[in-house]
Design a protein around this ligand. Sequence first.
Ligand code: SF4
Length: 376
Amino acid sequence: VCPTAALTEAYHVDKVWEALNDPDKHVIVQTAPAIRVALGELFGMEAGTIVTGKMVTALKRMGFNAVFDTDFGADLTIMEEASELIYRIQNNKTLPILTSCCPAWVKFIEHQFPELLDVPSTCKSPHIMFGTIAKTYYAEKNGLDPDNIVVVSIMPCIAKKAEAKRPELTKDEHNNVDIVVTTRELGAMIKEAGIEFENLPESEYDRPLGETTGASVIFGTTGGVIEAAIRTAYEWMTGEELENVEFQQLRGMDGFKRATVKVGDKELKIGIASGLGNARELLEEIREGKGTYDAIEIMACPGGCIAGGGQPYHHGNYEIVKKRQEAIYQEDRNKKLRKSHENPEILELYKTYLGEPFGETAHRLLHTHFEERERI
Ligand code: SF4
């Protein structure tokens, strides 16, 4: 179930079929990093089997007009989040910075630690960033009316359904993400469509917005978002090439990790928590001024999105979750590009549309704000 324990699972499969059957709609779908290492379990495959190509084929056969990867939104998130980290360091602004891509912990801090609301990065989460780019840049590039575009997110997460409805993310003229379905719902749709998943050939994501890096894949596991951000921040801060991109001190299944990463002559102090009990401990350290961190990652689900509330049930068997994690790191190693700022389609997007990372247009489209909410 959802780690916030505040949400029950709503079933949105019918809405997706309805959109796919509407000839006036251009329906695009994006898949989160953690889906590709767990979806196969719903079809009898071993935990950790990487099914990216089969999943793309299944989505194309179901009738989506275009199939994209939320990893593109994750690369975009890193461009903004690494810029924000460097901006805060160089301008003596609030540190630590907290990654903001998990909506369950964002809600947790709004309710439980409102005095720390200047700490999270203002970046929207990757799938919401992707939805915004789909209804602006992609719509313009393809001559589409954004009102006729339906963005479907396949997520490992039930909290993402509530996130897509947050008023500050839907106040602009276009609702950025229209429908969120979970990995389990996708599995049900594939079965409903009569697709024999195990026997599918592999396909590639559509372009543009389909090129992604290893940095974006590791968003799917605890420690991955901060590692991806450091791969980029390191090169931007030092002007030197980062040869070994794997930061072992940020990895593993421990619920609370403290680590130091050397970036030139600076030592970045990192905190990583997964599971809301560990998040509370970390946030209390910060509130009481005990922990001196430069950057923090929090994921509400123990282990991160690979063990999300919308994934195939693991029934507390963390051997399954570890296999998914190993597969995520394998996907990273399989990628030619492993740093977000080297993604050519991301660079093209900034050059032709967004301008500078963390600049005015990027800020307007890719950032949000958080609010104190009533304690529950
Ligand atoms: Fe959702 Fe991932 Fe956060 Fe779990 S860790 S609540 S799956 S975003």
